[in-house]
Design a protein around this ligand. Structure first.
Ligand code: GLY
Length: 280
C-alpha cells in the first residue's frame, strides 16, 4: 500500500492512509482525504480556501482515474460546489461521459444530491477586490465587469497565487493504482479557464500495471505535453520511473513559446518506487 500526495494534502492525508490500511478502494480513500482538503481554508489553492477568477467567482476543477479499469471522471470550472473530486467520481460512475464543465457540472451535482455551496471564502473575496482596485483605473472599476477582460489577464492573472493543486496517487491493498486531483486553478484566471487538473493525461494519469503520475503548477504546459500520460506511457514502454520522468521533463523543456513557468511531477511505479521532480 502506498499513498503519494503533495503538501496541500495535509488536512486529509491521514484519513486516506487509514482507509487504505482498512483495504478500501484507492479512489474511496483518496476522495475522502481530498474532501477534507477542499473544506479546509488553510489550503489556499483548493476548494473553499482557493482563489476566484477575474470576476470574483469560484470555478473549481478536479479529476479522478481508476488505473485498473482506466475509467476517468473529471469536472471543470464548476460553480457552487466544494467537493469537486467526489463530483468527478460521480461523473465516472453514473454517466457515459468523462468530463462535465460549468453549469452542466452543477446541474449534475444537484441531481447527485450535492449541496449548493457558497464557495467564495470572505478572505479570498477581500484579496480579489483589493487586487482589482489596485490594477484597474477608476473608470474601469466603475464599468467593471463590463470591460474587456483579456487585456487584464497578464496584469491580474496570478499563477504565483496558485503554486499548488492537491494531487493524490495511491496503490491500494488490491494493487490498484489510482489518481485524484482538485484545485481552484490560477487565481484571477480568465473565466472558463481549465488547467490540467481535470484533464486526463495532462494533470493526472494512472494504469495499475505500470504506475501513475500527477502534476501541479503550470497546467498550460502539461496540457501541451500530455505530461502525466507521457510518464506512464514511458514506463509501459519499459523505462524506469526516473527515466520516464526525465522524458516528460525534456518535453517540457522543449517548449519555448507561450506561457512558461514551473511544473512539479509526482509519480510512482507499480513496484512502489516514487519520485517528485520540480521542473523550472
Ligand atoms: N496545475 C493546476 C492548474 O494549472 O490549474
Amino acid at each position: 500500500m502506498l499513498l503519494l500526495a503533495n503538501v496541500e494534502a495535509y488536512p486529509g492525508f491521514e484519513t486516506s492512509v487509514d482507509l487504505l490500511k482498512q483495504g478500501r478502494h484507492g479512489l474511496d480513500a483518496m476522495i475522502a482525504g481530498i474532501s477534507l482538503v477542499e473544506k479546509d481554508v488553510r489550503v489556499r489553492s483548493v476548494g473553499y480556501g482557493g482563489w476566484p477568477n477575474m470576476l470574483g467567482q469560484m470555478e473549481l476543477d478536479a479529476g479522478v482515474m481508476d488505473g485498473t479499469t482506466r475509467e476517468v471522471g473529471a469536472v471543470g470550472a464548476v460553480p457552487d460546489t466544494i467537493p469537486v473530486a467526489a463530483l468527478a467520481r460521480e461523473v465516472m460512475k453514473k454517466l457515459p461521459h468523462v468530463m462535465l464543465t460549468g453549469a452542466g457540472a452543477r446541474r449534475f451535482a444537484t441531481e447527485s444530491g450535492f449541496s449548493l455551496d457558497d464557495p467564495l471564502y470572505p478572505d479570498s473575496a477581500r484579496v480579489w477586490r483589493e487586487r482589482l482596485e489596485r490594477e484597474l483605473s477608476p473608470d474601469e472599476l466603475a464599468r467593471f465587469p463590463n470591460i474587456p477582460l483579456a487585456p487584464l489577464s497578464k496584469a491580474i492573472t496570478d499563477p504565483e497565487r496558485v503554486r499548488d493543486t492537491t494531487v493524490f496517487l495511491c496503490q491500494d491493498a488490491s494493487g490498484g493504482i489510482h489518481a485524484a486531483t482538485s484545485t481552484s486553478g490560477w487565481g484571477w484566471k480568465y473565466p472558463g479557464r481549465l488547467g490540467d487538473s481535470p484533464i486526463p493525461g495532462a494533470g493526472f494519469y494512472a494504469d495499475s500495471r505500470y504506475g501513475a503520475a500527477a502534476c501541479t503548477h503550470t497546467g498550460e504546459m502539461t496540457i501541451r505535453c500530455s505530461t502525466a500520460r507521457t510518464v506512464v506511457l514511458a514506463m509501459k514502454l519499459g523505462r524506469s520511473l526516473s527515466d520516464a520522468i526525465k522524458i516528460a521533463v525534456e518535453e517540457l523543456a522543449e517548449l519555448t513559446e507561450g506561457f512558461l513557468a514551473g511544473v512539479v511531477i509526482h509519480a510512482m511505479d507499480a513496484s512502489g518506487n516514487h519520485e517528485v521532480v520540480n521542473f523550472r
